[in-house]
Design a protein around this ligand. Structure first.
Ligand SMILES: [Zn+2]
Length: 338
């Protein structure tokens, strides 16, 4: 019998982890990096951020090597769309799957939670065209996944490793993936607004040493009062409220409780990247960096990577000793507390 420390299960107080006080030990048997799905189905109801419609979300266990498959349950015979780059058809303010006559909007926060919890295979059933926004972050999805329980499957987990740099640009915006022993996301945002003039526009999260769940997953989506009217004219943000968006007026955050992290805005962009890169199909081994990158740039980057077959490879780690040690850390144990 062997044990490993599950870093994400170690409590953090003021950002400091007390390993000596709380080493949660997880039993490890056989191959370390196995594919994962849920132990049980679980559901939640919420409103779509952009459509404003109420939707029932049901997460169901799925067989090995299936990936994440979204299913529209409300359109006569069930329509399935895999969470793949080729199925992404709209990137205005969200990542949206389009195909077979249906849309499935705003998949990115759920995808980020699936990535961080190491869930490889899942059916995501919806009775509407948008994943519910919940509180605007990935934390409620992490809670759902952990409540359902995460189960290892008898198949090796696959990773996508970046072998040489790939970069995309659009005006002054850019995004890049580079080889890296582990997984790191670095993001810089730049808004012409007094709230964004400080030190909180840049963040780099090494998912090898940082708990995505505790330090990124709670960052909420954000928006500007001055843009709300424009968005609603385009039938976007119809479900947005102070319950699911950090709203910024000309000077400050208007949500009564303020921010969850001083740099919540850029952390949310990092959350989006984790979700968007998981649409590549596997946990990413590489370093992402971006300047003003959003869903559209993230999509361009995925397309550029997939178009350059020399820039990446899919691999497994059947032998624990040959894997980058940090790979175990972003993946919580089924028993991890949230
Ligand atoms: Zn987002």
């Amino acid at each position: 019998m062997r044990y490993k420390v599950s870093w994400s299960a170690v409590p953090s107080v003021g950002g400091v982890r007390f390993c000596a006080l709380a080493c949660f030990l997880e039993e490890v048997s056989g191959t370390v990096f196995k594919q994962r799905t849920l132990q049980h189905s679980i559901n939640a109801t919420g409103v779509g951020l952009h459509t404003g419609r109420k939707v029932l979300l049901t997460l169901q266990p799925a067989p090995p090597d299936l990936g994440v498959v979204f299913r529209r349950m409300d359109v006569g015979s069930v329509v399935e769309l895999s969470a793949t780059t080729e199925n992404v058809g709209d990137t205005r303010l969200a990542t949206t799957l389009v195909g077979k006559g249906v849309r499935i909007c705003t998949i990115e926060h759920l995808m980020a939670a699936l990535a961080a919890c190491g869930v490889d295979n899942l059916y995501v059933d919806l009775d509407g065209d948008e994943v519910p926004i919940m509180d605007g972050s990935a934390a409620p999805f992490v809670f759902l996944l952990q409540s359902a329980g995460i189960r290892e499957q008898n198949a090796p987990k696959k990773f996508i490793r970046i072998k040489h740099p790939v970069r995309v640009e659009d005006g002054d915006k850019w995004a890049m993936l580079e080889p890296h022993e582990g997984t790191r996301v670095t993001m810089t945002i730049n808004f012409d607004h007094p709230l964004f003039s400080g030190d909180h526009n840049h963040a780099s999260v090494d998912l090898s040493t940082t708990s995505f769940i505790r330090e990124v997953s709670r960052a909420r989506t954000f928006g500007f009062v001055r843009e709300v009217e424009k968005l609603r004219e385009q039938n976007l943000a119809l479900g947005g409220s102070l319950d699911n968006v950090v709203v910024v007026d000309d000077y400050r955050v208007i949500n009564e409780d303020g921010l969850r992290y001083p740099d919540e805005f850029v952390r949310h962009k990092i959350l989006d990247v984790v979700g968007d890169m998981y649409v590549l199909g596997h946990w990413l081994l590489g370093a992402f960096s971006g300047y003003k990158s959003g869903h559209a740039m993230n999509h361009l980057l995925r397309q550029a990577v997939l178009a350059d077959s020399d820039s990446w490879e899919v691999l497994t780690f059947p032998d624990e000793d040959k894997a980058p040690v940090n790979l175990t850390q972003p993946i919580p144990a089924a028993s991890a507390s949230y």
